[in-house]
Design a protein around this ligand. Structure first.
Ligand SMILES: *Cc1c(COP(=O)(O)O)cnc(C)c1O
Length: 500
């Protein structure tokens, strides 16, 4: 299976090289040249498999330069009882009638990023070996909070790698920040950036695009790669859980093979929902993909109008992992829906860079509108949803998942669509406990309490266990305290790697 750049100015590569490079040197994103498809009997077969075997089945056709044994090894090293607190790995819970939650937060850092970042390091080290890489791979990450910690956990002390994570100083929750600055490991660095997530992401993209700096690093034995969802190795493992959820519905007898379902995905960088799009292209019976945004509703506007316009204030919300105005992975969707037209994609991305906006043509817009539906939820609605879901279903959700549930309600009111629907639950409620506790217990009950004592409060109220990775966070030593301006990010990488 070959991969090509969405911008058409780089040669085709095998998966190992796409994963090792992370981003295409022409500024584009790698996409598979072909889509592997699964027919209905193949879907039925998945129902009889466990999560590891399901993931193997979905990943293998995209990793033709890996042996079967290698893919099995990677999958087994990622999805196991050391890393996940449930043998189902990605359990599906019924909330009501035809509404389900797909819980993707049972991994080490309590957010869905673990689903990809527990396997990416294994794909990465094998990719480096396959491509004859001699340099140390340096994983550069920009994070809105969850990717950073998941990548740090995944790559810590992995031989032949270093990792540098940039997070927006004021843009992450206290738990998220604490998880990162207490990170242990000999090969890790965590740096706060003055600005928001888009600043951090743009800074990282510029470092990737700076040929001279990359040469300087190469001559010192380093080569850059990415653990953000711009890396195909991040997206591919995410496709597997959409198939797995459908297989679980088959096992329950909720659907017969071929019946279509909807997915609701709380969306920021458009990575998670893009994996759902690939799943649909691969033959998963999906009617609608419902893209749920928070007050940073640039995607909701795009899906409705075909015009992407990031010229709007960046709003800090209770769902910080979705506080994004430049959704990188939309580029991949546009590439596919425009019929792999790299000239148009290049022009749209150039418009975005130069003027902060672009409009797609009518046909592409119609294709987007046929598949996707989108709306957004404000913080008030999000908290109200946490409260009502807890009251009505005795089920506790985090702020991001609540955005999804709120938008799903709007969807059913507007469309009346009775299709069985899975809301993708992207984080443990404990990870955003201040907002969650405030929503179910009242703001009075949380006033003056820090996020760490609130973990206990929430556990007592919900009878749920505090996830292992969030316990005792406030007692761990802080290892990473540096703070840089947006313009100093490159220097921070240099300092970290090149000086002693
Ligand atoms: C990253 C994240 C999202 C957004 O996912 P994208 O792939 O960036 O669209 C939503 N919820 C949580 C909890 C996240 O960590």
């Amino acid at each position: 299976m070959f991969y090509e750049s969405t911008r058409g100015n780089f040669r085709r590569v095998f998966s190992a090289e796409a994963i090792k490079l992370g981003i295409s040197p022409d500024g584009g994103l790698f996409v598979p040249r072909e889509i592997a498809t699964f027919d209905l009997p193949a879907l039925e077969k998945l129902a009889g498999l466990d999560y590891r075997e399901r993931a193997f089945t979905i990943l293998k056709p995209y990793l033709t330069d890996f042996s079967e044994e290698e893919v099995r090894e990677c999958v087994a090293l990622a999805y196991n009882a050391d890393k996940y607190d449930t043998p189902e790995i990605a359990p599906l819970r019924r909330l009501a009638g035809g509404l389900f939650a797909l819980e993707l937060w049972h991994g080490p850092t309590s957010a869905f990023k673990d689903m990809a970042l527990t396997i990416l390091p294994h794909l990465m080290t094998r990719s480096a070996a396959k491509t004859g890489e001699k340099s140390t791979i340096v994983i550069l990450v920009a994070t809105s909070g969850d990717t950073g910690k998941a990548a740090l956990e995944g790559f810590k002390d992995v031989p032949g790698t270093r990792i540098v994570v940039f997070y927006p100083e004021e843009g992450v929750s206290r738990v998220q920040k604490r998880q990162m600055i207490t990170q242990e490991g000999k090969n890790v660095a965590v740096v706060a950036v003055r600005g928001n997530f888009d600043d951090a992401q743009n800074g990282v993209k510029e470092i990737f695009g700076d040929a001279e700096f990359n040469r300087e690093l190469n001559s010192s034995g380093y080569t850059l790669s990415s653990a953000n969802s711009i890396n195909w190795g991040r997206l591919l493992p995410q496709i597997a859980y959409y198939f797995s959820a459908y297989a679980d519905l088959l096992n329950e007898g909720t659907v017969s093979v071929g019946d279509k379902i909807n997915f609701v995905v709380p969306t920021g960088n458009f990575g998670n929902i893009l994996a759902a799009f690939y799943a649909r292209e691969m033959g998963l019976p999906v009617r609608r993909l419902i893209c749920a945004a928070n007050a940073n509703n640039v995607l909701a506007d795009f899906i409705r109008t075909g015009a992407y316009d990031r010229r709007r204030p960046f709003i800090k919300t209770a769902s910080p992992s979705m506080d994004i105005l430049i959704s990188s992975n939309l580029e991949r969707l546009l590439y596919h829906l425009s019929g792999r037209d790299h000239v148009r994609v290049r022009n749209w991305m150039a418009d975005l860079k130069e003027s902060g906006r672009y409009s797609v043509d009518e046909l592409t817009r119609a294709r987007v509108g046929k598949l996707f539906w989108s709306d957004f939820a404000g913080d008030g609605e999000t908290k109200e949803t946490i409260r009502s879901i807890y009251r009505n279903y005795n089920y506790l959700v985090d702020t991001h998942t609540a955005v999804g549930l709120n938008v799903y309600k709007k969807y059913t009111v507007q469309t009346g669509d009775p299709t069985i629907t899975i809301v993708v639950s992207t984080a443990s409620p404990f990870k955003f406990n201040e907002s969650v506790a405030g929503a179910i217990l009242g703001e009075e009950a949380v006033r003056g309490k820090d996020e760490f004592s609130l973990l206990e409060v929430l556990a007592a109220e919900s009878k749920m266990e505090i996830p292992q990775g969030l316990k005792n966070l406030d007692k761990k030593p802080v290892w990473h305290a540096s703070l840089v301006a947006r313009e100093e990010m490159q220097e921070a990488v240099r300092r970290n790697l090149l000086s002693v």
